[in-house]
Design a protein around this ligand. Structure first.
Ligand code: RTL
Length: 213
């Protein structure tokens, strides 16, 4: 009996999580050039507020000076009603940790969200899967994340390979987001066939919906 109890507590210790943002383990020796190219979001954990819905594809580029930029596209709602295909752009600032970046992002249309977020690569094998994490707000009291988002990326539109699913599940647990993800679907042509963003009537300042872009 005692043996089982010891084994159980050892298991509990090994499975214990440290959810403080400062202690979240990121990819070791991250190589941004190998990360470049196209990634399909196949899973996502949303932040508070408006976010990309589905058909999310990101493209990372690293130029000859080592500067990283990215484009992203995905379906979103704007003004709570209009479903559009959002074309986003981003520039990345390196930090002292090669897997942790600051990402400045904006929409090709001025109606889309802008922001300055953390962009951390938790794990990747560069050729098949990647786990991304961003914490927008840290709880002052205990250092855990109060508002995070995360993408599971795949190089393959069809999703993660069976052999990568277990690795990714373990990483979701490490970043304290296990059970919080939704699947991201990809329907060819769906995003592009939506109302063009430039043809959306922009509400005036008196319109309440305008506050919720
Ligand atoms: C990810 C990496 C590639 C470049 C960019 C990214 C994030 C995009 C976000 C877009 C949100 C858009 C919204 C628009 C509605 O106005 C992380 C995919 C830019 C967060 C909510």
């Amino acid at each position: 009996m005692l043996r089982y109890l010891v084994a159980l507590s050892l298991l509990a210790v090994s499975w214990a999580q440290d959810c403080q943002v400062a202690n979240i383990p990121v990819m070791q020796n991250f190589n941004k050039s190998r990360y470049a190219g196209q990634w399909y979001a196949v899973g996502k954990k949303d932040p508070d507020g408006l976010f990309l819905l589905d058909n999310i594809v990101a493209n990372f580029n690293v130029d000859e000076d080592g500067i990283t930029t990215a484009t992203a596209r995905g379906r979103v709602y704007i003004f709570k009603y209009w479903e559009v295909c959002a074309d986003m752009r981003a520039t990345f600032e390196d930090t002292s940790d090669p897997a942790k970046f600051k990402m400045k992002y904006w929409g090709v249309s001025a109606l889309l969200q802008t922001g300055y977020d953390d962009h951390w690569v938790i794990d990747t094998d560069y050729d098949n899967y990647a786990v991304h994490y961003s914490c927008r707000k840290v709880h002052e009291v205990n250092g855990t994340c109060a508002d995070s988002y995360s993408f599971i990326f795949s190089r393959h539109e069809s999703g993660l390979r069976l052999e990568d699913q277990q690795i990714v599940s373990a990483k979701k647990h490490d970043i304290c987001l296990a059970g919080k993800y939704r699947r991201v679907t990809h329907t060819p042509g769906q995003c592009e066939n939506l109302t063009p963003i430039d043809s959306i009537p922009v509400p005036g300042p008196e319109d309440e919906a305008h506050q919720n872009i």
